[in-house]
Design a protein around this ligand. Structure first.
Ligand code: SF4
Length: 702
C-alpha cells in the first residue's frame, strides 16, 4: 500500500467516506488506484485522514458484485450467504432479466396491493443526481412519499430543530470558519475519529489560543486540546445546556440587540430558563455549577463563537430538544451570521447533506419544500411532466420497517443502504426484510441487506462514476470517474433510469449533467452553480450569489429564511431516556464509530489496510469496570439488552465512564444494533442509538 511507483494518470475527485468532503488526487496505474494524495479542496486544503489515504482498495475487492443476481428458487433469506460465494443462494442473470424481475416485482405488488405497498430507501453514499432520481422514482412512479435514507439515523432531529428555528437545515457556517472564532463548543461529537480532517482545524484553533469547550459523556480525544471538558452524565444534555443559558440570563450576558433585531419568542425562553439554574442542574448533569457558569461566561462574552455537534446530540429521544438548546444558545449570544460564528451539525456520510437537499426524505421535496405545499408539488409535477402525487408526508426508515411487519408494505427497492446492520433492534429489522414479498437491492457488495434480496443489482463505486456530492460545509463538489466498474457493474443513476422505464416512466437521460440541470429547475439553492462550473472549479458552496461567487461560507447575517426574517427560540424541557438502567440491565450502552471503520463496515472491512489495523469487533469499558467484572483487556465480554445479546473483545479505556460501555457498530459478527433501542425522537423520528440499558458479563460467565 502506498506504493509510490509509476502511475498513468491522476484523477481529482472527492473522498467517499465522511461528510468533511476532502478532495483527493487518485494516482491510477493499469486502471487501478495505486495510491491517494490529498488535493487542495476547500474543506481539506491537502489534508486526508487514514480512511481517505489508505482505505481505497475495497473497490478492487474480489467480493465486488460484477453481475446481476436473482435468488434461487427456495433459497433461504438471511445472513447465511458467504459474500465471496453468493452463487449458493443466487444465480447470475443478464441485466435485461434482472431489471425485468426487479421492476416487474415492484409493479406486481403495486398492482395487487396498491402503490403504497412499495417503498424505497435511497443512499447518502450516492451522488446528488442519483438521490434526486431515486426520490423522483418513488414519488412519480408510485404517487406517494414513502422514501427515506440514513439521514433518519443520524441528524434528522438536528434538521427538524434547525428548520423549525432558523428556517434551514444546513450549517450556517463552514467548519473552517473556526479560524475566525474565539470560542468553540464541540458537543456529542468525536471529530478526531469521525471527522478527522475537520478535527485538525479544531486542534489548530486551540493551539493558537482559541477556547475549545468539549462536552461529551465519553472523554473523546479532543479533550486533550480543550480549555474545558464537560463529561456530563449521558442523556442530560438539556439540563446542562439550559443551565448554561440560565447562567447567561442571570448574569445579563445575552445579546439584547441581536435578540431584538433577529429573533422571536425570547421572553418565553427567558422565563423557561429560570427553572434551570446551574446549581439546580449540576446534580442532574454531573457538572459543577461553577464550571457551567464559567463556560456560560466564556461563550457569551466571546467576540465570535461557534457550536459543532454530532450524533451524541441527535441520536436520543430528546435529540430535537438537544438541538433546540444549541440553537437558542447561539442565538441568545448573537453567534450566528458573522465571521467566526455559527451552528454546525457535523454531517456523517459523504453525501447526507446532498441527498437530503435533493429530497430523499419523506416529508420534503428537493430544497426542503414540504410535500404538503400544493405549489411545490405542482412545480415538480410540471418538471417531471407527471400527474400530482400525494400531499401526505411519507413514512420514515423505521416506520417503513414497522409497516412491513404490519403487512402494509410488501416490496422495497433499497439503493446503497444496509438496514440489516444500521437499523435499531436488528432482529426486528431483519425479520422485516425477510418477510418482504419482493426486495430489490442495488449495491457494490453483497451486503447483509442484499442477502435478503430477491434481485441484486451490481453498482459502480463512487470512484467509478460521475456525479456531484455536497459535504457538511454546503460545498457541492464534482466526483469524477477514475477507474472502470468491475464486470458488468453500472452507475446507479443509469440503473434507476432503467427501472423507471420498466415502471412506465418516460425518462431519458444520457448523462448525470442532464439530471443536475433538471434539479436546478426545482432547487433555488443551486442557483449560479452549473455542471460546467463544477467541472472547472471542483467545488462551489451554496448559496452562490453570482456565476463568479465561490459561495457563501457564512449565511444568515441579515435575516433568516422564516416569516419576518427572524429566528425563533423553542424552549426545551428535560425528557429522560426511553430506557433507564435497572437491576437487570444496570449499565448504559452507547454506540458509535471508530477511526478506521466506516458505518456498517461494507467498505472499510474490505479495505486491507484499515481491516488490518482494526480487524476485530470490540467494545470499550473503564479499567475499573473490567476489574470488577474480572475481565482483562483483550478478553471477551457478553453484552445483553432487552433486545439481544452479543459477545466480543473488551478494551480498557479510561475515557469511558464506569457505568458505560462504548460499542462501535461496524462489525457484523457482533452487530451493535442487535442491542439498540428503537425508541424514536417524536420530531425527527431518529432512534435512541446513544442510550440503552445493558448488562455486561464475562463471556462464558453465568
Ligand atoms: Fe475522507 Fe472524511 Fe477522512 Fe476526509 S476526513 S479523508 S472526507 S474520511
Amino acid at each position: 500500500h502506498g506504493d509510490r511507483g509509476a502511475y498513468d494518470r491522476t484523477v481529482r475527485t472527492v473522498c467517499p467516506f465522511c461528510g468533511v468532503g476532502c478532495q483527493v488526487d487518485l494516482k491510477i496505474r493499469d486502471d487501478r488506484i495505486a495510491w491517494v494524495e490529498g488535493a487542495d479542496g476547500p474543506a481539506n486544503e491537502g489534508r486526508l485522514c487514514v480512511k481517505g489515504r489508505f482505505g481505497f482498495d475495497y473497490i478492487h475487492s474480489p467480493q465486488r458484485l460484477t453481475k446481476p443476481l436473482i435468488r434461487r428458487e427456495g433459497a433461504p433469506k438471511g445472513l447465511n450467504v458467504d459474500p465471496a460465494n453468493p452463487l449458493t443462494h443466487f444465480r447470475e442473470a443478464t441485466w435485461e432479466e434482472a431489471l425485468d424481475a426487479a421492476a416487474g416485482g415492484l409493479r406486481r405488488i403495486a398492482d395487487e396491493h396498491g402503490p403504497r405497498a412499495v417503498a424505497g430507501f435511497g443512499s447518502a453514499k450516492c451522488s446528488n443526481e442519483e438521490a434526486y432520481l431515486f426520490q423522483r422514482l418513488i414519488r412519480q412512479g408510485f404517487g406517494h412519499n414513502n422514501v427515506d435514507h440514513c439521514t433518519r439515523l443520524c441528524h434528522a432531529s438536528s434538521v427538524a430543530a434547525l428548520i423549525e428555528n432558523i428556517g434551514s437545515g444546513a450549517v450556517t457556517a463552514t467548519f473552517n470558519e473556526i479560524e475566525n472564532a474565539d470560542v468553540a463548543i464541540v458537543i456529542g461529537a468525536n471529530p478526531i475519529e469521525n471527522h478527522p480532517v475537520a478535527a485538525t482545524y479544531f486542534k489548530q484553533f486551540a493551539k493558537r489560543g482559541g477556547k475549545l469547550i468539549v462536552m461529551d459523556p465519553r472523554g473523546v480525544g479532543l479533550r486533550r486540546h480543550a480549555t474545558h471538558m464537560l463529561k456530563f452524565r449521558p442523556g442530560t444534555d438539556v439540563a446542562m445546556l439550559n443551565a448554561i443559558m440560565a447562567a447567561i440570563v442571570e448574569e445579563g450576558l445575552y445579546d439584547r440587540q441581536y435578540i431584538e433585531t433577529w429573533t422571536e419568542n425570547w421572553e418565553a425562553e427567558k422565563a423557561h430558563l429560570a427553572r434551570f439554574s446551574p446549581e439546580a442542574m449540576a446534580p442532574i448533569c454531573g457538572i459543577p455549577a461553577e464550571t457551567l457558569r464559567a463556560v456560560a461566561r466564556d461563550f457569551a462574552t466571546a467576540r465570535a463563537g461557534m457550536i459543532f455537534w454530532g450524533m451524541g446530540v441527535s441520536q436520543h429521544v430528546h435529540g430535537t430538544d438537544n438541538a433546540r438548546c444549541l440553537i437558542s444558545l447561539a442565538l441568545m449570544c448573537g453567534h450566528v451570521g458573522r465571521p467566526g460564528t455559527g451552528l454546525h451539525p457535523l454531517r456523517g456520510q459523504n453525501n447526507v447533506q446532498g441527498a437530503s437537499d435533493a429530497g430523499l426524505i419523506p416529508m420534503f421535496l428537493p430544497d426542503y419544500q414540504s410535500v404538503t405545499d400544493d405549489a411545490a408539488r405542482a412545480h415538480f409535477a410540471e418538471i417531471w411532466q407527471s400527474g400530482d402525487f400525494s400531499a401526505e408526508k411519507g413514512l420514515t426508515v423505521t416506520e417503513i420497517l414497522d409497516a412491513v411487519h404490519a403487512g402494509d408494505i410488501r416490496a422495497m427497492y433499497i439503493l446503497g443502504e444496509n438496514p440489516a446492520m444500521s437499523d435499531p433492534d436488528l432482529n426486528h429489522a431483519r425479520a422485516a426484510l425477510a418477510s418482504l414479498e419482493h426486495l430489490v437491492v442495488q449495491d457494490i457488495f453483497l451486503t447483509e441487506t442484499a442477502m435478503y434480496a430477491d434481485v441484486v443489482l451490481p453498482a459502480a463505486a463512487f470512484y467509478e462514476k460521475s456525479g456531484t456530492v455536497t459535504n457538511t460545509n454546503r460545498q457541492v463538489q464534482m466526483g469524477r470517474p477514475a477507474v472502470p466498474p468491475p464486470g458488468e457493474a453500472r452507475e446507479d443513476w443509469a440503473i434507476i433510469v432503467d427501472i423507471a422505464r420498466r415502471l412506465g416512466l418516460n425518462w431519458s437521460y444520457a448523462h448525470p449533467r442532464e439530471i443536475f440541470d433538471e434539479m436546478k429547475r426545482g432547487m433555488k439553492s443551486l442557483d449560479n452553480i452549473t455542471w460546467d462550473r463544477l467541472e472547472r472549479e471542483g467545488a462551489v458552496t451554496y448559496p452562490s450569489l453570482s456565476p463568479e461567487d465561490p459561495g457563501q461560507s457564512i449565511v444568515f447575517g441579515s435575516g433568516f429564511p422564516r416569516q419576518g426574517g427572524r429566528a425563533s427560540f423553542t424552549p426545551a424541557d428535560i425528557v429522560p431516556p426511553a430506557e433507564r438502567p435497572d437491576a437487570d440491565f444496570p449499565m448504559i450502552l452507547t454506540t458509535g464509530r471508530q477511526l478506521e471503520h466506516w458505518h456498517t463496515g461494507a467498505m472499510t472491512r474490505r479495505a486491507s489496510v484499515l481491516d488490518a489495523v482494526e480487524p476485530e469487533a470490540n467494545c470499550s469499558l473503564h479499567p475499573a469496570t473490567l476489574k470488577r467484572l474480572g475481565v482483562r483487556p483483550g478478553e471477551r465480554v457478553r453484552l445483553t439488552t432487552r433486545r439481544g445479546s452479543i459477545e466480543l473483545m473488551a478494551r480498557a479505556d479510561r475515557a469511558v465512564a464506569e457505568d458505560m460501555v462504548f460499542l462501535p457498530f461496524a462489525y457484523v459478527e457482533a452487530a451493535a444494533n442487535l442491542l439498540t433501542n428503537p425508541a424514536l425522537d417524536p420530531y425527527g423520528k431518529i432512534p435512541e442509538f446513544k442510550f440503552a440499558a445493558v448488562r455486561v458479563e464475562p463471556a462464558g460467565g453465568s
